[in-house]
Design a protein around this ligand. Structure first.
Ligand SMILES: *Cc1c(COP(=O)(O)O)cnc(C)c1O
Length: 404
C-alpha cells in the first residue's frame, strides 16, 4: 500500500528545517532526494569493499566488480534492454548525449539533417549544434504551441530521407509535457533515421520499455530518480553501439595496446574509459530497486493527484499564469505572477522553507517562445504531500502581496 507518511521516513533530509521552517522540497525536476536505503549502499561501499573494478585479482576488487555488474543488470531489467552490454554507465544524461553526438561525427555527411524539438534542455541542443558544425549537417526544430506541446504535423513535414537522427526528450523539464515518443520513433524509422530519447525527466515518473519503444538510444541520470549525482546511463541498441566509435580513450576500453595500433574492448567497456563512478553505479542500481519497491503505477497515480491539486490551488490565485498545460504532463508546474519577476518569488518562497527553481531551466528557447525571462517551477515527487502544496499556495499569495 502507498503510504506517503511512511515513505517520507525513508528520506532523512525531509525532516530538516530551512530558514527556521520545515523544508518543502519542490525542486525534484532539478534533482531528487535520496532515501536511506540508497545512502546505506553508498556508506557500505566505502566502508566495506571500496576497490577498483575489472582488473584486480583480489577479493575486494572482485566484490566491487560483481556489485557494479549486478547494478548494470538491474538497469537492463528495469529498462527491458535485450542485453546487459547495451547499458553503458556514464556520468549522466549530458555525458550520454555527448557520447552519441560524438559517435555520429564519423557517420553524418554534409547536408544530412538532424531533428530536435523546441522543448529541449540545453544539453539536448548544444551537442547537436556542435555536431552540425563538425559535419556540415543541418539542425531542424519541431515547433511547439502555446499549450507547451510539440506540433506533430510539422514534424511529419520535417522528416525526409535526409533525416539521419531525431532527438527529443520524453518529458520536458521546463513544462512537464510528455511527448508522443512512440509516434516520433515510428515515423523516424520509416525514413531510416535513428532516434535518441532523453529520459532524464521521464524516468523519475514512469518505467520505459526500450524494446517495446524500439528506440535506438535512451538516456537518463541517476540523481533525478533517487540516486546519487555524477552517474547515469546510455541505452543503445547493440547494432548501433557496435557501429559508433569510442568516445574517450584510456584504460578499461581497450583490448590490446601497442604504439602502432590499439584495438578496442567489447561492449560495454568500449565506451567506459577510465575508472568509473563505481559507488555511484552500485547506488544507481539501489535507487532503481527502491523506486520499484514503491511501484511506478503508485508513483504516477499519486503524483498525478498532486499535480491536479496544485494546479487547482495555484489557479485560484489571481494573476497567476501556468505555462505548459498539456493534458499529458508529469508533476511539474511552471508559473509566473503577473508583473513580478520569478526570481523575487523564488527568494521569498525560500525564506519560507520552500525550494523551487526559478529561471530559464536550461531551456531558453521555450522562455523566448513565451517572451518571458523565466518561470517559477514547482516539481513534485511521490514523497511530497497535499499539505505541502497548501503551504506553497499560501506562500505564493504572501509573496504576491509583498511584491506588488
Ligand atoms: C536534467 C536534464 C538533463 C541533464 O541531466 P544531467 O544529469 O545534468 O546531465 C538533460 N535533459 C533533461 C530533460 C533534463 O531534465
Amino acid at each position: 500500500m502507498f503510504n506517503v507518511e511512511n515513505i517520507r521516513k525513508d528520506f532523512p533530509i525531509l525532516s530538516r528545517k530551512v530558514n527556521g521552517k520545515p523544508l518543502v522540497y519542490f525542486d525534484n525536476a532539478a534533482t531528487s532526494q535520496t532515501p536511506q536505503q540508497v545512502i546505506d549502499v553508498i556508506v557500505d561501499y566505502y566502508s566495506n569493499y571500496n576497490a577498483n573494478i575489472h582488473r584486480g585479482v583480489h577479493s575486494l576488487s572482485q566484490e566491487a566488480t560483481d556489485k557494479y555488474e549486478q547494478a548494470r543488470h538491474k538497469i537492463q531489467k528495469h529498462f527491458n534492454a535485450k542485453f546487459a552490454h547495451e547499458i553503458i554507465f556514464t556520468s549522466g544524461t549530458t555525458h550520454s548525449i555527448n557520447l552519441v553526438a560524438n559517435g555520429f561525427s564519423s557517420i553524418l555527411k554534409k547536408g544530412d539533417e538532424i531533428i530536435v524539438s523546441a522543448l529541449e534542455h540545453h544539453s539536448n541542443i548544444v551537442p547537436w549544434q556542435m555536431l552540425c558544425e563538425r559535419t556540415g549537417a543541418i539542425l531542424k526544430v519541431i515547433p511547439m504551441n502555446l499549450d507547451g506541446e510539440l506540433i506533430i504535423s510539422d514534424y511529419d513535414q520535417l522528416l525526409s530521407n535526409k533525416t539521419k537522427l531525431v532527438f527529443v526528450n520524453h518529458v520536458s523539464n521546463a513544462l512537464g509535457t510528455v511527448n508522443p515518443i512512440e509516434y516520433i520513433i515510428k515515423k523516424a524509422h520509416q525514413v531510416g533515421a535513428a532516434v535518441l530519447i532523453d529520459g532524464a525527466q521521464s524516468c523519475p515518473h514512469i518505467k520505459p520499455d526500450v524494446q517495446a519503444l524500439d528506440v535506438d538510444f535512451y538516456v537518463a541520470s541517476a540523481h533525478k530518480m533517487c540516486g546519487p549525482t555524477g552517474v547515469g546511463m546510455l541505452y543503445g541498441k547493440e547494432s548501433w553501439l557496435k557501429k559508433l566509435p569510442p568516445y574517450q580513450g584510456g584504460g578499461e576500453m581497450i583490448a590490446e595496446v601497442t604504439f602502432e595500433k590499439t584495438t578496442y574492448a567489447d561492449l560495454p567497456h568500449k565506451f567506459e574509459a577510465g575508472t568509473p563512478n563505481i559507488c555511484g553505479g552500485i547506488a544507481f542500481g539501489a535507487a532503481i530497486d527502491y523506486m520499484n519497491s514503491i511501484g511506478f503505477d503508485n508513483i504516477s497515480s499519486y503524483e498525478h493527484e498532486l499535480l491536479e491539486y496544485a494546479t487547482k490551488k495555484l489557479l485560484e490565485i489571481e494573476g497567476l499564469k501556468i505555462y505548459g498545460i498539456s493534458k499529458h504532463k508529469t508533476s511539474v508546474i511552471s508559473f509566473n505572477l503577473e508583473g513580478i519577476h520569478p526570481y523575487d518569488v523564488g527568494t521569498i518562497l525560500d525564506k519560507m522553507g520552500i525550494a523551487v527553481r526559478t529561471g530559464h531551466h536550461c531551456a531558453q528557447p521555450i522562455m523566448d517562445f513565451y517572451k518571458i525571462p523565466g518561470t517559477v517551477r514547482a516539481s513534485f515527487s511521490f514523497y511530497n504531500t497535499l499539505e505541502e502544496i497548501d503551504v506553497l499556495a499560501n506562500a505564493v499569495k504572501k509573496a504576491q502581496l509583498m511584491l506588488s
